[in-house]
Ligand binder design. Sequence first.
Ligand code: UDP
Length: 331
Amino acid sequence: MKVLVAGGAGYIGSHCVRQLIAAGHEPVVVDNLVYGHRAAVPATVRFHCNDLGHPDAIDAIMAAEKPDVVMHFAAFAYVGESVTNPLKYYQNNVAATLHVLEAMLKHGVNKFVFSSTCATFGIPEKMPLTEDSPQKPINPYGQTKLDVENMLKALAPATGLSFASLRYFNAAGASEDAVIGEDHEPESHLIPLAIGAAQGSRPALQIFGNDYPTPDGTCLRDYVHVDDLSRAHIAAFAKLTTPGSQNFYNLGTGTPTSVLEVIKAVETVSGLKVPASFAPRRAGDPPALYADATKARRDLNWTPKFTSIEPIVAAAWRWHQSKPKGYGDRK
Ligand code: UDP
């Protein structure tokens, strides 16, 4: 199928582009390169450098490409920034998505795969999280993703749009050949920061909180390999054949891993010490977030290849070792 990948130069989008090619599909990328990297997209893939905030541009791309499916990864994802600058998040994550959907419907494109997040669940009362767990986001980032989910729920019966909303847990790792990987600036994620601390390219790691009600006092998260996430997106195509079909999936391995366990994995994989010290809790961090991924495994026949933290960290480590400065295109 021809797949328009919005945000295809970003971390998860670029891995998905490569998985699409591997599965025999034809990806076309649109990305404004604000956070994405041109070098993350193979030169053979058609690339539109455009901002989804410009309705005329996205309309023209949709008219010219007429894709079978749109995958939408393009969003801002810094929780703290979403609190201090919510308008930026509503503009990019909600308003720009509306432009994409508008252009799709105008040009008869009615299959959509959306990057959602476990941040839509807020601070959950019960673990693991199923697709039906209550969604009560605690920051504008999570709220904007939930707003789009609600927009999709309204559009499906009204327009025949079929969609899959995939709620990612903690995307991690890098391509198995270490050609593409995680390169955020600023970086706020645990694994690249811990690896950078071990390499000496970043400051010592701060462990945010060691007094949580968890086995070792640090937060539990569900780390899922970015290529496994990508494969779930492609598996979701099978669910989009019925007009108006609405699908929600939690994408995690279901294995909770603590911050200290991540640090230990980095030390094992690298053979280096991760300089780290305990620091106060980070505002808005739930003690534990992990998925019940039964539905994705059952309905999508999705079996994550990476089910424990070490091989995920090993993939990230290979990328950071081979590209210590990432893509080297930081502005
Ligand atoms: N974390 C940490 N130090 C850091 C960055 C993250 O202790 O410098 C912790 C954070 O509090 C959370 C976990 O690592 O419990 C994963 O955080 P990350 O930002 O990678 O992802 P999130 O779960 O917030 O989406």
